[in-house]
Design a protein around this ligand. Structure first.
Ligand SMILES: Nc1ncnc2c1ncn2[C@@H]1O[C@H](COP(=O)(O)OS(=O)(=O)O)[C@@H](OP(=O)(O)O)[C@H]1O
Length: 353
């Protein structure tokens, strides 16, 4: 299983773990076994010890005395790991994959707020002096520059390819991964330019990890779409039981009678479903102390003006990000229309049209 960070993976895990036929490697939710998590400054661990991993799976089955137990891996970092699809396919070509995608702007905002409020968080230093708007401005500029450099390599490779084939320059141009039916993954035809572009997003945990199409194309190059279930956080919010039923059907599990407790619980909530609701959190962290907030609230007019300014700032950042993500989300729409992935929520169509 591979899930999206900040997309409701903890909620889904807490629900599915109560299924009697399901277990997972490692003690807690995530092992991050095949990628050391770029965010902690370590590179991918795709060559990590395979025997030890298999032993963990075996130990889980032995400890329960159930050889038929379905053992999964809930690492939320595998989607953005470029070498992971190759590894997972080699380990188990029949693996069932599950991705949970959240509205890209909402995911980025959720991650930003989390890292801003988490003193020891891996990205805290990058964000603690920023408002969301200033962070988006700085990080997007870096991402765009990185993508521009990747594009130079992509063009150069296309020129060389055209020359080798005796074609005029530009004839062997890159038609775009995932267009016209074919996907090219890492170790499965991915071009240098595509790889470099994926690295730009992979190394940008807060904004880049919401560029889902790049990472999904890599998985779709390695696995038929029947092995990949794409879920959306929106459906988890509306009808968690239906999501679990989809998961069970995908994994070949019998339907389980889930307890209402975990089913009705939202885990790891930081509260930003509605932009307005996020403001309180942002305000508390940006102003530093409750007294500062209180002082400001004492002057009602100043508070209202500040609130409006913050709301406007948040909306500007969200709009800027939405235009950055638009072409990427539109590729997801296309793949959904072609029947390769589940249809994204209607709200996405509206937000990214
Ligand atoms: N059922 C349901 N419906 C809608 N949204 C939900 C649900 N469960 C969790 N969430 C939201 O998902 C965010 C936490 O996701 P993760 O558990 O994957 O993140 S993490 O592991 O803490 O990084 C976190 O988002 P924010 O509150 O916006 O930060 C949760 O509120």
């Amino acid at each position: 299983m591979s899930c999206r960070l900040s997309a409701g993976t903890s909620t889904l895990w807490n629900q599915l773990r109560t299924h009697p036929d399901v277990a997972w490697v490692g003690k807690d939710k995530e092992t991050l076994y095949f990628n050391g998590d770029v965010e902690f400054g370590r590179s991918a661990l795709c060559d990590n010890d395979l025997e030890a991993y298999h032993r963990e799976v075996g130990a889980m089955r032995r400890s329960t005395g159930r050889l038929d137990l379905l053992v999964g891996d809930w690492s939320a970092t595998y989607l953005t790991c470029v070498c992971c699809p190759t590894v997972l396919r080699t380990i188990n070509p029949d693996i069932k994959l599950v991705l949970v995608l959240r509205d890209p702007v909402q995911r980025a905002l959720s991650r930003f707020i989390e890292q801003k409020s988490l003193g020891g968080g891996p990205h805290h230093d990058k964000v603690h002096n920023h408002t969301f708007e200033s962070y988006v401005g700085a990080e997007l500029a870096e991402l765009e520059a990185c993508r521009g450099r990747a594009e130079l390599y992509r063009r150069r490779q296309a020129r060389l390819q055209a020359a080798q084939q005796g074609q005029p320059a530009g004839a062997a141009g890159d038609s775009g991964n995932g267009t016209g039916g074919g996907f090219r993954g890492w170790g499965a035809g991915m071009s240098l330019g595509d790889w470099m572009e994926a690295q730009c997003y992979e190394r940008s945990n807060i904004l880049g990890w919401s560029v889902y199409d790049t990472f999904l194309a890599n998985y779709l190059a390695h696995f038929p779409h029947s092995q990949m279930l794409v879920l959306y956080t929106d459906e988890l919010a509306i009808d968690p039981l239906q999501v679990l039923r989809k998961l069970e059907a995908h994994l070949g599990l019998r339907p389980h009678d889930y307890a209402p407790g975990p089913l009705g619980t939202v885990y790891n909530a930081r509260g930003c479903y509605v932009l307005g609701a996020t403001l309180q959190q942002l305000r508390a962290s940006e102003l530093g102390s409750r007294q500062a907030v209180q002082k400001m609230l004492d002057t009602a007019q100043a508070a209202r003006a500040a609130e409006e300014a913050e709301e406007a700032s948040l909306r500007r950042a969200a709009a800027k990000l939405a235009s950055f993500y638009r072409p990427h989300v539109q590729r997801l729409f296309r793949w959904a229309d072609e029947g390769r992935i589940a249809q994204p929520p209607a709200a996405w169509r509206e937000a990214y049209k």
